[in-house]
Structure formats: C-alpha cells, structure tokens
Design a protein around this ligand. Structure first.
Ligand code: UD1
Ligand code: CA
Length: 455
C-alpha cells in the first residue's frame, strides 16, 4: 500500500458561526495546535503525500496559518458553500492529478485516527472504489445514515432526507471517505442537489458508484473519529478526549502520572520513560523531557528541554529556552527563561534566571534575580561552574560570575566577579552595642508625651 500515492482533501470552507469567534473555526486549537492541523497530521500519518485544503471563510487567515502547520499544502477557495461534493470539486486541479487514493476529510473533525484512514486506504488497495468510514451510536440524530442492502453499502441518507424508518438506523457516516483516484472526478461530477438542503452531497457518490457496478464498502471506527466541532463546548470535549488519549499513551510508554486527569500535554510534548509527573502540571508547546526526570506539582512548562534526573518544581515556571541538563534542579517559585542550567546546578527557591548560563554544580541562593532587561534590550549573565550566589542577590547583566566565584548574600552585582573571588555588593554592617535599648526607651517616652499632649 505504501507505493500507492494519496491525496488528502480537507474541507474547511465553513463559517463556524456557532464558535462566536473572530477566528476561523478550524484554527481553534486542541493541545495547542489548530484543529485542522490535527487533521493534516492524521492524513500524513496514513500516508497522504498531497494535501489540498479547501477554504472559504477567513481565507487569508487560513492561508497564513497553513503555511505554518502544513507548508506543503495547496489551498483552494470554495467561493460559495454549496455542499461537501461541491467543496471537493473546488480542489479539482489536485483531484484530477492521478493519485491512486483520495481521502476526503473535514477540517472540523480533529480526532480522526490515522489507523481508521489506513484501513480505508487498504480497502481501496483491495479493489473498492468508495470506502465510507462509519460508526455506531445510540444517538444518530444529525448524521447521515448508512443504508445497507444485502450486506453491501447502498446509500447514505442525510438526516433531513431520512424516512422515519431510516432515522432509526444507528450506523452513521463519520464524514471521511476514501475514493479511488481514477473514479473520483467522474463520481463527484455526477452529484446533483435534489435534496432537502439543496446541497451537492459528497455522500451521494455511494449510490452513484453502486449503480456503476463499482465496489462500495463501509468500515467501522469509534465515535470519536466523527466528533465534529461546532461550538466551544465540543471544542473542550475534543480537548478532553485528546488529552485522555495522550495521557494513556504516555503512561503506556513508561511515564508515571500520579493524577493523569490533571496533567495537560501539548501536541508535541516529548517525555521519557521513568519520568514522574505529579498532579496539576501544564505543558505548553515545545517541551522535551528525557527519562527519569521529576516534575513536581503545579509546574508550568513551555519550550523547555529537561534532561534525565533533572528535578522541577513544585510551582516552577520554565519558559521558552530553558535548558536543564542532567540532575539540574529548579525548585519552588522559580522562573527560568532562555537559560541553561548545567549539570547538577541548583536554583532552588524564589528566583528568576533569564538570558543566562548557570554552570555545573553552581548554587543559586533564594531570591536571586538576573536583571536581564533595561527596558530596551536583554543582556546575558554567565555564572561559572561551582559558583555560589548568596540569597537575595541581584545580578545586573551583562555580568559574569567566574568559576568558583562567591557572591555575598544581598549583593547587587554590577561588575564581573573573577574565578574564585568573593564579591560583596552591599553596605557593610555596623553594630552599636546597647544602642537598641536606648532607642526603644526614647521612642517609648516620646509616645507617652504625645498621648498626654492629646488629652
Ligand atoms: C456531513 C455528512 C454526514 C455525516 C456528517 C458527520 C455530507 C453531505 N454529510 O454532514 O453524512 O454524518 O458530516 O459529521 O457530507 N464544507 C465545505 N463546503 C461546503 C460544505 C461543507 O467546506 O460547501 C465543510 C464544512 O466546513 C465542514 C465539512 O465540510 O467542515 C462538513 O460539512 P457539514 O455541513 O458540517 O456536514 P454535515 O451536515 O455535518
Ligand atoms: Ca458537521
């Protein structure tokens, strides 16, 4: 089957008014990725070599977004929304290009499983001309019903065109179809619009192909494959299903999730075996975690790389460019951005490290801040291997703390500290014996005098 070429035509011209959004519906994200990009991914995983996106509403925004999530996709504009068959024909130029297989998919059905698509393509390879992906549900309202006769798929009838008896059928059209490339164009061109909605239905090609004596079959997939998103409630439902799948996949791959339902993955999160993730952790895009790391509760992590045996949180925030090497530790209420925390270095409490390198085995005291921004530009802080930065220090970048350098607590460091030097960036302490008692007595008698004067 791998030798067969495959075009995926993704229909996404609909307006999506029920999202009540300024953004085209199919660009709303699931796990941080536009829902239509999930559809493209599934098509590619099922072997699609060409992607044709049919757009209409918000065409400019769609084109721009597509350049990011599917740079090789061609876009076709469907000027008027006259139905799903009409929409596929908007991509006529691609469809007529002699692909072996044509997969028709919907941009608003993001949970489609590449396995279901691969099964449909397999049926084409075995000689079918049209393959419909079906599912069974006790609540079929709204879906096209699959009408079988003598064990064969005979037709698909849309809800609005169903008789009372047909409405009782629970075998439904998930929407996706696989069509033999050789037949696709002639079948689509024969579709008319004589139905309750006056639309050109893609589903009509089932009957048309059957009448031509071509083989038409239905496969069965799970309901989730058909989950179309029309409003934000369904968007959240799709997110829920996606997250549940991903958590399961992570756990089966050796990741411990103590409370899986409270951990949120991004579409591209990578996480190694024997890593433990405590409850209430959020992964934004671009996170790569090696094996045997520990992510403690309530951490918020995006664009970060975490090496094995690193320890993060609780309550840590890792922002893009955070690069934690083996056994590094970033503890509670610490924020790290665009900074490398080298092997075994510790940033344990209440600290901001931005635009910096913290050398191996260095220790950063509580409340340390890299002052990396002057309101205009960002500057770099370099902290050498084995350095010690005392608590509550401000490191005013650009600045270097040398290897083994020692910064006294409460310092404001504006000049670089050489290797193994000790730097004080604070006023010296003065201690006056007995002066505390004297001061207390003076304040007490002043208070008494004020009270008397007020009487
Ligand atoms: C479609 C199927 C139905 C199936 C259901 C599953 C048809 C005729 N019906 O119905 O059998 O059970 O999906 O969800 O195919 N689109 C365009 N241009 C158009 C029309 C639609 O781009 O002119 C796009 C829409 O944006 C949407 C997709 O095609 O992403 C499906 O269209 P929609 O109108 O939602 O079809 P359904 O009525 O849900
Ligand atoms: Ca729909």
């Amino acid at each position: 089957m791998s030798q067969r070429s495959c075009l995926s035509v993704i229909l996404a011209a609909g307006e999506g008014t029920r999202m009540k959004s300024a953004m085209p519906k199919v660009l709303h994200p699931i796990a941080g990725l536009p829902m239509v990009a999930h559809v493209v991914k599934a098509a590619e995983a099922a072997g699609a070599t060409g992607v044709a996106l049919v757009i209409g509403h918000g065409a400019e925004e769609m084109r721009k977004a597509a350049q990011k999530f599917a740079p090789k996709a061609e876009t076709f504009v469907q000027e008027k929304r006259l139905g799903t068959a009409h929409a596929v024909l908007a991509a006529r130029e691609a469809v007529s290009r002699d692909y072996d297989d044509v997969l028709v998919m919907f941009g608003d059905t993001p949970l489609i499983d590449s396995e279901a698509l691969a099964v449909a393509r397999q049926k084409l390879a075995e000689g079918a001309s049209v393959v419909v992906i079906g599912f069974r549900t006790p609540n079929p309202t709204g879906y096209g019903r699959l009408i079988e006769r003598r064990g064969k798929l005979f037709a698909i009838i849309e809800e609005k065109d169903c008789s009372e008896d047909e409405k009782k059928i629970t075998f439904c059209n998930a929407g996706m179809m696989a069509i033999a490339g050789k037949q696709a164009l002639q079948l689509l061109e024969k579709v008319g619009n004589n139905n309750a909605k006056g639309e050109f239905y893609l589903t009509d090609i089932v009957e048309i192909a059957g009448a031509q004596g071509l083989a038409v079959v239905a496969t069965e997939a799970s309901f989730e494959n058909a989950l179309g998103i029309n409003n934000r409630v369904e968007l959240a439902e799709a997110e829920r299903v996606w997250q549940a799948r991903r958590r399961r996949e992570a756990m089966l791959a050796g990741v411990t999730l103590i409370a899986p339902e409270t951990v949120y993955f991004s579409h591209d999160t990578e996480i190694g075996a024997d890593t433990v993730v405590e409850p209430d952790v959020w992964f934004g895009p671009g996170v790569k975690i090696a094996s045997s790391a520990k992510i403690h509760a309530f951490s918020h992590i995006e664009g970060a790389t975490i090496a094995s045996n690193a320890d993060v949180g609780p309550f840590a925030r890792l922002r893009p460019g955070a690069d934690l090497r083996a056994k590094a530790k970033v503890g509670n209420f610490c924020e790290v951005k665009q900074a490398t925390i080298e092997e075994g270095a510790k940033v344990n409490h209440l600290t901001y490290i931005g635009d910096a390198r913290v050398g191996a085995a260095a220790n950063i005291g509580a409340g340390t801040i890299t002052c990396n921004y002057d309101g205009f530009s960002k500057f770099f802080t370099d902290i050498g291997e084995g350095a010690f930065v005392g608590s509550n220090s401000s490191l005013v970048a650009p600045v270097t703390i040398g290897k083994g350098g020692y910064v006294a607590s409460g310092s404001v460091i504006t000049e670089s500290v050489p290797d193994d030097a000790l730097a004080f960036g604070r006023a010296r302490q003065k201690t006056l014996p007995g002066k505390g008692k004297e001061l207390r007595e003076r304040f007490a008698s002043a208070a008494v005098a004020r009270k008397k004067a007020a009487e």
